[in-house]
Design a protein around this ligand. Structure first.
Ligand code: ADP
Ligand code: ZN
Length: 714
């Protein structure tokens, strides 16, 4: 088989995909042939296969440099599920385990080895590599080499040493965010001038961008959004401050959602635990400062919400990019208000960076603010910013779906600006609005501002509308914010033409009240999920399998794979093998399990509720194994019916399992020691594998039942 056919064969048999996507095929052929490459591809575009497959085709191990050690383990776990020989080396390994990995490398028993950059650069590691057979170097998140970017990693700069030490080993650098200057920087710093550049653009067509005004109740707006559009789904909510993170997470919990905080002020253990739960459990919302997310490659994050403006479009794009890596529809949703604009302007004005950096910061801020106030397609603007282009409006952002109306705001803007001028450019928005509306309070009288020409000339707008108007003109740079941080505004050069009336100023129509502007989107997107029963049943099975192994659910199968099962309802292993994302190893490991869920569900359709049938047989005196034989099901399935019945209180635990007192105590103890059995694997292991997973699941169901009966302890 020639090498390219071999690559395709691996794609099909190991990863279970029919065809290469976009440039994948070309990139892989180029690397397999020994060339260097710079790959620009959006998140979710399929960058990993671009180095994983060549590493499998070429002799030796592929060395992957990845900045985030926290997630190496999950990446390696996922690869092993495909039957790929993968390992990682980082500071979390014990010296013995690290030594074992090194030996495996030298013996040629690894296909892929993930290494943190700082470790890779140690002389010891480089010497080790020199003694091993190497297939390639993959440098992930290559934009970390850029000093101007927000992810700068000094170690990345030294990665050029790879080229010097191993000139014959092909290198592939990959990134999902890099404007033209950053690309040039990557090429220069990593000595990639001979590399072929593969540019797939940065568009994420499945992400819907929406930005709305904070109408005084951002968190209510958020709650409505999550409830209406993402009930029970995983998402990330970004806030600027730690305090706000804690507050929002707690508040969402009181509303019945599973929301966990994440920020640098939390104890490392708690942070770690919350991140794990987000990765492993279904439907967890993480509320975080920007400290969260780098390297998070959870594929089924269905929304990213911002409750504050990010500092730059780079940050916005990268944060929102964490949604929908699996290619299914996802939302990037943001609310922002006047205070956000003022805060960012202040931060920028107060920056202590040198002139060159300041210029860059200013440019980034303007781009971010401009993006918010946009009245044309957001995606086109976003892509243009990254030197990519889209020649038509996208149809999947708020401005495309519901084009904002604009109005000639020249006269109102003139009033707002002259009020700043007349009051001496020393006051903040709240005061200015009081003057415009003609409030007579002590402060206004003391300053004599009830005597100036702009006093009480603003009756045509209410307070909320004036705030929106100020926000828009500050965002447009007609007003600047003081450096001291009191929020005083002063005029800029850009305000002159407006004050003179040289050109009309068109702004977005102001919102009258805080009512949501548009009806929530009807969720017709997830056609496959209309069949809720099967979808839920598949997810349940996946969760059980994941718990047994202590891995995140998506490592078993992605949502996209389950959705295909719902659509095609495979009835045999051969049909199952045709579902995207199921290679040989996974077919063998899980094919039967999921076929059974599908079969079981078809019975549901025929109106013989399978759980009920199990329950009837159980009541008739059969035990689980007998029922399984009788019904031609796996015992596993019968136990999962029974544990559901236990949780609902239809049967008692002791009727299903026969455990004596000491055994029960030991099991309960093991649950307590392991987060109440969030993951079953640690419980199973703590009990030395003495009790089967089915049995533990039944005990857990009984415990959940107990908890439900008691009033919530919070
Ligand atoms: P990136 O690293 O570019 O963000 P990934 O490598 O994680 O993207 O891939 C994103 C998703 O697309 C994964 O679920 C992956 O399994 C899937 N994928 C990649 N290549 C293909 C392909 N050729 N056919 C189908 N799915 C693919
Ligand atoms: Zn659009």
């Amino acid at each position: 088989m020639d090498l390219n056919n071999q690559a395709r064969h691996i794609l099909r048999t190991i990863f279970g995909y029919e065809d290469f996507r976009g440039h994948q095929g070309e990139i892989i052929a180029h690397i397999v042939a020994g060339g260097d490459a710079l790959v620009l591809m959006p998140t979710g575009g399929g960058k990993s296969l671009c180095y994983q497959i060549p590493a499998l085709v070429r002799p030796g191990a592929g060395i992957v440099v990845s900045p985030l050690i926290a997630l190496m383990q999950d990446q390696v776990t996922a690869l092993r599920q495909y039957g790929v020989r993968a390992a990682y080396l980082n500071s979390t390994l014990s010296p013995q385990d690290a030594a074992a990995v090194e030996e495996a490398l030298l013996r040629g028993e690894l296909d892929l080895l993930y290494v943190a950059p700082e470790r890779l650069l140690m002389p010891r590691m480089l010497n080790l590599l020199a003694r091993a057979r190497l297939a390639l170097f993959a440098i992930d998140e290559a934009h970390c080499v850029s000093q101007w970017g927000h992810d700068f990693r000094p170690e990345y700069i030294q990665l050029s040493v790879l080229h010097e030490r191993f000139p014959e080993v092909p290198r592939i650098a990959l990134t999902a965010t890099a404007d033209a200057p950053t690309r040039r920087e990557i090429i220069a710093r990593l000595a990639l001038d001979q590399a072929r550049v593969f540019n797939s653009g940065f568009d994420r067509p499945n992400i819907r961008y929406r930005i709305m005004e904070d109408a005084g109740s951002a968190r209510e707006q958020l709650l409505r959004f999550v409830r209406n559009e993402h009930d029970g789904e995983a998402g990330i909510v970004y806030c600027l401050s730690r305090k706000r993170v804690d507050e929002i997470a707690a508040w969402l919990c009181t509303k019945g959602l599973t929301a966990l905080p994440y920020h640098a002020g939390l104890p490392a253990q708690e942070r770690q635990r919350n991140q794990e739960r987000f990765l492993r459990e279904d439907g967890v919302i993480i509320v975080a400062t920007i400290a969260f997310g780098m390297g998070i490659d959870k594929p089924d994050v269905r929304f990213v919400a911002h409750l504050n403006l990010p500092r730059s479009l780079e940050a916005y794009y990268q944060e929102t990019g964490r949604a929908g890596r699996d290619g299914l529809p996802a939302d990037a949703w943001m609310v922002y208000g006047l205070q956000d604009v003022i805060t960012l302007r202040q931060m920028q004005a107060g920056s202590e960076a040198d002139e060159a950096h300041k210029r860059v910061e200013r440019h980034k801020l303007e781009a971010m603010l401009g993006f918010c106030e946009l009245t044309t397609c957001r995606r086109q603007a976003l892509l243009r910013y990254f030197d990519d282009e889209l020649d038509h409006p996208c149809g999947n952002c708020d401005t495309c779906l519901e084009p904002p109306r604009t109005w000639d705001a020249t006269v109102c803007a003139q009033k707002a600006l002259s009020c700043v001028h007349r009051t001496g450019q020393r006051f903040g928005v709240t005061y200015l609005i009081e003057v415009l509306l003609g409030k007579t309070n002590e402060r206004i009288q003391r300053f004599g501002h009830d005597k100036i020409s702009t006093f009480r000339i603003g009756a045509e707008l209410n307070e909320s509308e004036w705030r929106q108007l100020y926000r828009q003109i500050i965002a447009r740079g007609l007003l600047a914010v003081d450096v001291e941080g009191h929020g005083a505004l002063h005029l800029t050069e850009a305000s002159r033409p407006v004050l003179r009336g040289d050109e009309p100023l068109m702004l977005r129509v102001l919102q009258k009240s805080d009512k949501p502007r548009r009806a929530p989107r009807q969720d017709t997107r997830r056609a496959g999920r209309a069949d809720g029963g099967l979808w839920d049943a598949l997810r349940r099975r996946r969760k059980e399998l994941a718990e047994e192994q202590g891995v995140p659910a998506y490592v078993i199968f992605h949502d996209a794979t389950l959705l295909e099962m719902v659509e095609h309802r495979p009835a045999t292993l051969a049909q199952m093998a045709r579902i995207s994302g199921i290679g040989q190893r996974k077919l063998e490991a899980y094919g039967e399990d999921f076929l059974e869920v599908i079969r079981d569900h078809s019975e549901d359709d025929a109106n013989t509720d399978t759980t009920v049938e199990t329950l009837q047989l159980f009541r008739a005196g059969m035990n689980a194994n007998a029922i399984a034989r009788h019904r031609g099901l796996k015992p596993n399935t019968v136990y999962s019916h029974l544990s559901a019945a236990i949780e609902k209180g239809q049967v008692e635990l002791h009727e299903v399992v026969d455990l004596d007192e000491p055994a029960m105590t030991a099991i309960h103890h093991a649950f307590e020691q392991n987060e109440g059995g969030k993951r079953l694997k640690p419980v199973y292991e703590a009990l030395d594998g003495k009790y089967a997973y089915e049995l533990l699941r039944c005990v857990k169901a009984a415990m959940l039942r107990e908890q439900e009966k008691q009033p919530a302890a919070v």
